[in-house]
Design a protein around this ligand. Structure first.
Ligand code: GTP
Ligand code: MG
Length: 332
């Protein structure tokens, strides 16, 4: 596993986890992903099927396809790109039946996503530090809990930093997760300086020999300049105390927000050096096409996807698995 590769299997995962047969767990993951993508599937794949059934390829068809992709929030640029690819390949490969475009569309989606994909960085030095940023309510704190759960299962010693000192109840929320998951927490008073929390957290992680430190931050609209510079300051302090780059600076994006996600990606990456995206709430949206827009237009790797509120509902993003799940095809 990710963690053991780096630091060795020094503490065995809890029994109940170890006893789960691996195979059923993995196909369970796939089913959950598929279930989570149900709405996007209806919006996108079912419509692609409708317009391509029993039809010959013509220009009107390509235009309809483009519209379907835009409605599923792939974004105009990306929808046009994908349809252009299809047009070209249909011509090159002499395809006339519209139904054959489905397979090509899947291939093109996978290619686009793979080009910009990357897994979570492999741990180098201890502590492995993840800073989590994003707009209000995107799912940052929940994603942190899910990550903490995962690292703990892998035998890592996890420390969380309650860097959202702004929203009432935010510190308690992370505290409840820390308790439930049995991981440590660094927290100050509500209203205190988030950079000071981060400072303490880094030094506590070093002193306590934590394997992983995950830093929560307050939700902020990307348009609020002062809040964005506060975020840059928190990052600067962490970077300085750590004496190297953070392992991950993850932008958490709510998949239901649609095209605004592109503006979030652009502006947050001007404030802090984003290393990837965690896309949440894919289970509640018909607009999962945003994954394609983010990869294509921002060149930011979607690394994780959230498909539910439970702490197990976080998955590594795999382009091929994602597209297969979207099209409702079990992997072989
Ligand atoms: N369905 C679903 N809900 C999610 C997912 N991720 C988070 N949520 C829910 O989204 C809501 C907001 O989640 P939080 O983790 O508190 O979001 P946040 O970004 O920390 O919010 P602020 O700290 O207020 O900015 C909660 O009700 C979560 O349960 C997901 O993948 N699927
Ligand atoms: Mg939060």
């Amino acid at each position: 596993m990710f963690w053991k590769r780096m630091f060795g299997d020094k503490s065995a995962p809890p029994k109940e986890q170890a006893e789960q047969p691996k195979e059923s767990k993995e196909s369970g993951f796939f089913k959950r992903l598929m279930g989570g993508l149900e709405k996007t599937k209806k919006q996108l794949v079912s419509k692609v099927e409708q317009i391509t059934t029993g039809r010959k390829i013509d220009e009107a068809l390509f235009e309809e396809l483009e519209e379907v992709l835009i409605e599923a929030d792939c974004g105009v640029t990306t929808a046009m790109y994908l349809v252009d690819q299809l047009r070209e390949r249909a011509k090159e490969e002499g395809i006339v039946e519209a139904e054959q475009l489905r397979e090509l569309l899947m291939e093109e989606m996978v290619a686009l996503l793979e080009e910009n994909a990357a897994p979570l960085r492999t741990p180098g030095e201890k502590p492995y530090v993840i800073m989590v940023v994003g707009v209000n309510g995107a799912g940052k704190t929940t994603t942190i809990a899910k990550l903490a759960y995962r690292f703990k299962q892998e035998g890592a010693k996890v420390l969380l930093a309650a860097g959202d000192t702004f929203r009432a109840g935010a510190i308690e929320q992370l505290g409840v997760w820390a308790n439930r998951l049995g991981v440590e927490l660094i927290a100050h008073q509500e209203g205190s300086d988030p950079a000071a929390v981060a400072f303490d957290a880094i030094n506590a992680a070093k002193a306590r020999g934590s394997d992983v430190l995950i830093i929560d931050t307050a939700g902020r609209l990307q348009t609020k300049v002062n809040l964005m510079s506060e975020l840059a300051k928190v990052h600067r302090v962490v970077h300085r105390e750590l004496g190297r780059d953070l392992d991950e600076v993850l932008l958490v994006v709510d998949a239901t927000t649609g095209q605004n996600a592109l503006s979030q990606g652009k502006i947050f990456s001007e404030a802090v050096p984003l290393t990837g995206i965690a896309l949440t709430k894919l289970d509640g949206t018909a607009k999962g096409g945003i994954v394609l827009a983010l990869a294509n237009e921002l060149k930011l790797a979607v690394k994780l996807v959230g498909v539910g509120e439970h702490y197990e509902d976080l998955q590594d993003f795999h382009a091929r698995t994602f597209v297969r799940a979207l099209f409702g095809e079990e992997e072989n």
